[in-house]
Design a protein around this ligand. Structure first.
Ligand code: C2E
Ligand code: SIN
Ligand code: SIN
Ligand code: FE
Ligand code: FE
Length: 382
C-alpha cells in the first residue's frame, strides 16, 4: 500500500478488477460470485437467463455455480410459467425463501428444487423498458435472503444486469449489421429471413444436445445461435447468373459458387475489424461457420478438404442445420423434401459428409424441429 499523506492517499486492491478485462460474461460472473461469497457465503449460484421473443422462451445464458452446474441449459417457456410471468409484469425482484412454496408442480418449480436450491432471488432485467431476461441468485438453504440484505442483492443485480446488456450490445450490433447486409442481398434472391431463423434454431438445438460431449458452454451455444445465420454471407459476392440460375449449375459455375465460403470469410474479417472484435471470443465462431460450413467429415468438402476433428464443431453444426433446411425448403432448382426424406439423407451421409452426433441431435429433437418449421414458415420460395 502506498502510504503517502499518512494513509489518506493510497491505492487499493480492487476485488472486481477482472471486470476490466475483455472476458466472457461467465468469467465476469465468476469474479462477481467470488466477491459475493466473501460477504454472503450462502450464494451457491448466480445465473443469467435471456428471453427469446421468437420462441417465448427463457434460456440460461451464463452462470457461476459451486461445483457441478445443477441446472444446465435451463429453459422455460414463459407462456407456461405464471411465476416468471408475474415477475416481469410487476417489474420487481422476487424472493422465494422456501422453494417448497413455489405454486404447484410446474416444470420450473420442480427443476429449481431438483437443483437442490432452498431459496432464490430473481431480478427481471429490462433495457429501456424492454424485458431482456432474468438474473438469479440461488442458495442451498431456506431463508437465505433475509430482508436486511436485499438491498445488497438489488444493487448487485442491477450492476450485473448492466454487464449483461453491455456484453450483448456488440454481438447484437454485429448481428444487426449482418442482417441488414443479408436483407439487401435478399433483393437478388437468395435466402429469406425465415431460412436464416430456422437454420439458427436448428443449429441451437444441435449445439445444446451435443454441448456436454463437446464441452460447449451456454455462451458458446448462444453464439452459435447468433452467428449461424451468417454462414452464407459470402453469396453476396456471387454473380447473379450463377446465384439465381433456375436450373442445375455446371461444373465451372459450381466452382465459382464454392468461393462463397472464402468470400464469406473475407467479409467476416472485414466486419470484425470494423467492430474491433478481431480477437474477441465471438470472432472465431463467426469465422469458422462462414469458412468451414461446407467441409465434409471424410475430407471431400470445400474449400480446404479438412477432415473430421479438423473441422471446428460450430461449422459441423452449422453444416447440418444448413443442409437440413436447404433440403426441406423449396429452391429455384429443387422442390422441398419432407422431414423424413431429409433425415434419411443426413443419416445415410453421417460420418462421410456430416458429423454423426450433429445428425443424431437433430433427429432426436424432431418435435422441436417441426415446431420451428411451422413457426417460421415460408411465404414463398425459400
Ligand atoms: P443452399 O441452397 O443453401 O444449399 C446448401 C447445401 O444444401 C448444398 O451445398 C447441398 O449440400 C445441400 N443441398 C441443397 N439442395 C440439395 C439437393 O437438392 N440435393 C442434395 N443432395 N443436397 C442439396 P452445396 O451443394 O455446396 O451448394 C452450395 C450452394 O450452391 C447452395 O446453397 C446453392 O445456393 C448453390 N447451388 C448448389 N447447387 C445448385 C444448383 O443446382 N442450382 C443453383 N441455382 N444453385 C445451386
Ligand atoms: C436458472 O437459474 O437458470 C433458473 C432458476 C430459477 O428460476 O431460479
Ligand atoms: C431453439 O433452441 O431455438 C428451439 C428450442 C425450441 O423452441 O424447442
Ligand atoms: Fe453455403
Ligand atoms: Fe444456407
Amino acid at each position: 500500500m502506498d502510504q503517502r499523506a499518512g494513509g489518506r492517499f493510497f491505492f487499493h486492491d480492487d476485488a472486481l478488477s477482472r471486470l476490466n478485462e475483455d472476458a466472457p460474461l461467465s468469467d465476469k460472473l465468476s469474479a462477481v460470485h467470488g466477491f459475493v461469497r466473501r460477504h454472503m457465503p450462502f450464494v451457491a449460484r448466480i445465473a443469467v437467463a435471456l428471453y427469446d421473443p421468437a420462441t417465448d422462451t427463457v434460456k440460461t445464458y451464463a452462470h457461476s455455480s459451486d461445483g457441478e452446474n445443477p441446472l444446465p441449459f435451463y429453459e422455460a417457456r414463459l407462456g407456461t410459467s405464471n411465476s416468471l410471468r408475474e415477475i416481469i409484469d410487476r417489474g420487481q425482484p422476487r424472493v422465494v425463501n422456501d422453494t417448497d412454496l413455489y405454486g404447484g408442480e410446474t416444470p420450473h418449480a420442480s427443476r429449481i428444487r431438483a437443483g437442490g436450491f432452498g431459496s432464490s432471488y430473481t431480478l427481471p432485467i429490462f433495457r429501456n423498458g424492454e424485458f431482456i431476461g432474468f438474473l438469479f441468485f440461488n442458495a442451498a438453504e431456506k431463508d437465505a435472503f433475509d430482508p436486511a440484505s436485499l438491498h445488497f442483492f438489488d444493487l448487485l443485480g442491477h450492476l450485473l444486469a448492466l454487464l449483461v446488456i453491455d456484453g450483448l450490445a456488440t454481438p447484437k450490433a454485429l448481428l444487426a449489421t449482418v442482417r441488414t447486409a443479408t436483407g439487401l442481398a435478399q433483393h437478388r434472391d437468395f435466402e429469406t429471413g425465415a431460412h436464416l431463423d430456422r437454420m439458427a434454431h436448428y443449429a441451437r438445438i444441435i449445439a445444446r444436445e451435443i454441448a456436454p460431449k463437446y464441452g460447449l458452454t451456454d455462451v458458446d451455444v448462444e453464439h452459435i445461435f447468433l452467428f449461424a445465420p451468417l454462414h452464407d454471407i459470402g453469396k453476396i459476392a456471387i454473380p447473379d447468373e450463377i446465384l439465381l440460375k433456375k436450373g442445375k449449375l455446371d461444373a465451372g459455375e459450381f466452382e465459382v459458387m464454392k468461393t462463397h465460403t472464402l468470400k464469406g470469410h473475407e467479409i467476416v474479417e472485414q466486419m470484425l475489424a470494423n467492430f474491433s472484435l478481431d480477437d474477441s471470443s465471438h470472432s472465431s465462431v463467426l469465422r469458422n461457420i462462414a469458412l468451414y460450413h461446407h467441409e465434409a467429415m471424410d475430407g471431400m468438402g470445400y474449400p480446404y478438404g479438412r477432415k473430421g476433428e479438423e473441422i471446428p464443431i460450430e461449422a459441423r453444426i452449422a453444416g447440418v442445420a444448413d443442409v437440413f433446411d436447404a433440403l426441406t425448403s423449396k429452391r429455384p432448382y429443387k422442390r422441398a423434401w419432407s422431414v423424413d426424406e431429409a433425415y434419411q439423407f443426413l443419416i445415410e451421409n453421417a460420418d462421410t459428409r456430416f458429423d454423426r452426433d450433429c445428425v443424431a441431435a437433430l433427429v432426436k429433437h424432431r418435435a422441436d424441429v417441426e415446431r420451428i418449421q411451422s413457426k417460421f414458415a415460408e411465404d414463398d420460395v425459400g
